[in-house]
Every structure is written in C-alpha cells, then in structure tokens.
Design a protein around this ligand. Structure first.
Ligand SMILES: [Cu+2]
Length: 140
C-alpha cells in the first residue's frame, strides 16, 4: 500500500508528457533585429482522445502566442488563436500563410541552422518538448 502511494505522489510531481501527441517538421523563420519569429510544425494525434493545443513557451523569447493568418481582399491580418483541437488519428499543420507560433521579444540573436527547444502545452495539462530548426528569412 505504501509503495503504491509513493508511486502516485512521484507521478504527480513530474510534469506529464503528452501521450499520443507527435510533432514533425518543426522549424521557425528567424528575422534578425528583434522582429517576431514564426514557428511551423505538423501536430499529429495518435491517441484515441481529442488533443487540444493551448499554447507554447520558449525560454529564448519573452512571449509565444498561437496565431492564424487571414486574407481578406488581398489584406493579410493575424489573429490570436487560443486553442487548436486535433481529432483522434488526425494531423494539423502550422504552415506559412496559416496557423503559426508567433515568437516575440527574442532574448538574443539566433543562428540559422541551429536548434531551439519549444514546449507545446495541451488542455489536459500535459506538455511536449519539441526541437525547432532555425531557418533564415528566405525559408519557405
Ligand atoms: Cu503571427
């Protein structure tokens, strides 16, 4: 009995890793000079429950938001997105011209070709650390 209790407490003390969430093709377009960078990736839900992404954080930026680019009559605007839900077995792409992570207030210059850890946060309290490849302004 005591062993079970200890195991349970230990489990709660560790941050829960997102089960069934997988990320591919994670990269960010870095623009020098303090301009926000845009992060892109494909999120797949390999579990049998829906998966809701509610945010991301990165130690190298002051703030990370989820955004969606919208085009109306040739004018592009960005709107904050608070939640992206992926159904079981489905994938969802953050890609140029659509959904992206907006990484604001870089704390130091980044090196194209380097890697940057970003943690994705989900509605159930779990998280997923992801390595993003830093690409230059010209990357598409
Ligand atoms: Cu944006």
């Amino acid at each position: 009995m005591r062993g079970i209790l200890c195991a349970a407490l230990f489990a709660f003390a560790l941050p829960a890793l997102a089960g069934g969430a997988a990320v591919a093709d994670a990269w960010l377009r870095y623009i020098p000079g303090g301009t926000p960078a845009a992060g892109y990736f494909t999120l797949s839900n390999q579990s049998d429950k829906s998966l809701s992404l509610v945010g991301a954080e990165c130690a190298d930026f002051g703030m990370v938001m989820m955004h969606r680019t919208l085009e109306r009559g040739g004018i592009f605007t960005m709107r904050p997105v608070h939640e992206v839900t992926v159904a079981p077995g489905k994938t969802f792409s953050f890609a140029p011209g659509g959904y992206h992570l907006m990484l604001m207030r870089p704390k130091h210059p980044l090196r194209p070709g380097g890697r940057l850890p970003i943690t994705l946060r989900f509605a159930d309290g779990s998280s997923l650390p992801v390595e993003f490849v830093v690409k230059s302004l010209q990357a598409r």
